[in-house]
Structure formats: C-alpha cells, structure tokens
Design a protein around this ligand. Sequence first.
Ligand SMILES: Cc1cc2nc3c(=O)[nH]c(=O)nc-3n(C[C@H](O)[C@H](O)[C@H](O)COP(=O)(O)OP(=O)(O)OC[C@H]3O[C@@H](n4cnc5c(N)ncnc54)[C@H](O)[C@@H]3O)c2cc1C
Length: 405
Amino acid sequence: MDDTSPDADRGLFQLPPDIIEYRDMARKFVEQEIMPLEPDYLKSPHAGYGLQPITNLKKAFPKETTDRLFKMAKETGLWYLMVPESHGGMKLSMLAQMVMVEQFMYTAVPFPFVNVPNILYNCEGEQVDKYLTPTIEGEKVHCFAQTEPQAGSDPGGMMKTSAVKDGKDWVLNGTKMWISGAAEADFLLTQAVTDPEKRQRGGITMFIVDRDNPGVTIEEPGISTWLGPTPTTYIVHYDDCRVPEQNVLGEVGKGFSLGQQWLTIHDRLMRGPYSLGKMQRAYDMCIEWSKQRVTFGRPISQRQATQWKLVDMYTDITALRSILYEMASRADSGEDVRVQAAMVKMCASDWGSRCLDHAIQIHGAMGESSELPLTLFYRYVRHFQIGGGTNEIQRHIIARDLLKD
Ligand SMILES: Cc1cc2nc3c(=O)[nH]c(=O)nc-3n(C[C@H](O)[C@H](O)[C@H](O)COP(=O)(O)OP(=O)(O)OC[C@H]3O[C@@H](n4cnc5c(N)ncnc54)[C@H](O)[C@@H]3O)c2cc1C
C-alpha cells in the first residue's frame, strides 16, 4: 500500500498500538498471500459478490490453494477474528475487528475468515454441534432468508411465509426471494409467521431449515444480477416443509427481533469496513495511475479536474473511517449503536459509490476493464445502498431517532 495514502495513523482517529499491530498483521497477510491471487480471481466466472468469502474462494480456486489459505488463516487466528473468545475466537474489540476487516477488503479476492452471523450464537443443545461449531470451522455455510417477492423493506408487515405447529414439527409454506448463497448453503435461517395477529411483535419465528429438507426447493440457476457473471441469489420455495421443533432458533415468536439484531448491528456496521477497504484501494490505484498517465504533455495528476476527484475520495475515506471507528468504539463501551450502524451503512454505500465512480473516471477506458477490480468494487458498494435494508430505510431509522420525544 502507498505510504502517502490516508490511513488511521494519520487520520482523525488515533488507534491504540495493539490494534495497529493487528492491523499490520492483517495487511501483511493480504499483501503477501491474497493480492497475488487477484489477477486469476478477476478472470474467474465466480469473481462476484464477496459476502460469502469461503464459498466464493472455494468456487474460484483449486482445492490446494484454498486449503493452504484456510490453514494459514486458522493458524494465525485471522479466521476466527469475529468469533467470541468463548468459542475459540481472538477476544478482539469491535474496533479491532473493523480495522482488520478493512484490510481484508483491500482486494477483490475474498479473505478466508468466518463471518458467523451474531444470532447463530443463540444456538442451544444439539444445535451447537450441528450448526454453530461446523459454521465456525467453515464446514457448513448458512444463508439468511427473510425477503419475499412482496416483502422487502417491510418484512414484518408483508411476510407471507407461514409456520403451523403439527405435533412436534412446524410446517412451513411460502416463498423467499433474493436469498444470497442459498444454493451453496447447508442450512437456511428462515423467518416465518407463527402468529398472524402479532406478526413482528411476537408472531415471527426463526427456523434453522436444512438445505436437504425434502420440503425445500431452490430455483436454479438463480437470479442474474450485475454483481457477478454467475447468479448468487435465489428463489426458495417451502412446500409443507416439516421442521422439527428443536430447530427453532431462540424463542418462538422472537424471530423478527433476532433478525433485527443481526441486521441492525452486525450486518450494517460490517458494511463500513467492506466499503472502506475498496475505497482505499481505489484511491491508491488512482494516485499511482494519475501520476504516470500523460495527456497533452503532462500527467493527469497535474490537472485540477483529477486533483479535485482525488481530494473528494480522500475526504470520503477519512470521514467514513472516522465515523466507523467512533461507532465501533462506542459499541465496545456498551453503547446501543443501532442507529449509528444505520448511518455507517448509509455513508459506506453512498460515499463508496461516488468514490468508486471517480476512480473509474480517472482510469478512463482502463477503469471499465475487467482486468482491474474497479467495476467489481463499484457494483459491490453500490449494492450496499439496497442490500441489508435500503438507504431510504436507513434514513427513516435515523430520522425516527432524531425526532423522537
Ligand atoms: C444482491 C442481493 C442480495 C440480497 N440478499 C438477501 C439475503 O441474503 N436475504 C434476504 O432476506 N434478502 C436479501 N436481499 C433482499 C434485500 O434485503 C431487499 O431487496 C431490500 O431490503 C429491499 O427490498 P425490495 O427490493 O423489496 O424493495 P422495496 O421494499 O420494494 O422498495 C423499493 C424502493 O422503495 C423504497 N421504499 C420502500 N419503502 C419506503 C418508505 N417507507 N419510504 C421511502 N422509500 C421507501 C426503497 O428504499 C426502494 O428504493 C438481497 C437483495 C439483493 C439485490
């Protein structure tokens, strides 16, 4: 990475020395082991949306490569970065996790670490050995099934998938849509209405549904999007799908708040480092490119039109990093940062999109080439304006908080 790039060391937020040490360890791993794989990754038909790092890596590279990376990530502990100490994790603060994930996101190649949804730690009894432990070790992967054809921004009000108790089983019927990674998942964290009167206020339950349950059908080949050459999201049908009562995650009727617990903190805060890594890389590429690309006798870095774009990118990166680190520190001191996480997600995607747009423009035609990761990065951060709850909904959450009595 360029030594002159905006960085936490010189940014508005001063990181403690131990976090700088962790950050440098993550950065070294990325530079030495992951970046050299990027040219091949960009040529792969699976060079897509990278929120499912383990699945993406396994699809894009031969087994020898992924086995070697997984082994190294596990030995260094980076694999368990986000896992709580009680489950074999590194006991890192939220701030340290965000700083390190930012380093992982510097390249298009997904970093081999396990992003266990925080709500899976609600597993109890047999669920722990069957779902939680294999997920932590990368032996099983999950997907999150909330959205439906008619229920996106308002899942609590519009969800139709139902679950009715029959003996010791629940019977699920309905259709979910836009479910990332459903085809590769071993189990689907599925929300269904168990009390139509109460709905999101005690009437939605979260079920752990095995992918090979005969009542589950996943439509192939999935939904094509601009996020990658091969589809990554799917339509899932539940037809008289019998799920044993011990596969309820958490309590019956509490599944909506469980989903919110994941989305409002874990998922939305995580969009911060996911974008920031891409923005930083785009900025570093622009500095290098603009100094050597000559038109009309001078490098384009000497033109004000280029300089202003660089300044805007630098400002967005510094501002996002400051907000993200502050919110992570507040979460570490026990503050409720649900509203702030909405702000992080909004800034990461809005500012990330314009930052990547500038980077593509500064690179001219090369910016549009798939030899470079810039359009992939752009699609990735632009998607964050929709995925995980649209930015209009994030603004609604923030406004509600600002205007409360
Ligand atoms: C690539 C991809 C991956 C996804 N992965 C998953 C997944 O793994 N699991 C899952 O459950 N879902 C997933 N989703 C679904 C995603 O969470 C929803 O698409 C998103 O929440 C928006 O819902 P919608 O598309 O139905 O938009 P709609 O709710 O129909 O909204 C349409 C537009 O209207 C705006 N709008 C809606 N209500 C209001 C309002 N009250 N005020 C102002 N504006 C409003 C929205 O912001 C949006 O701009 C994924 C989507 C995509 C594209």
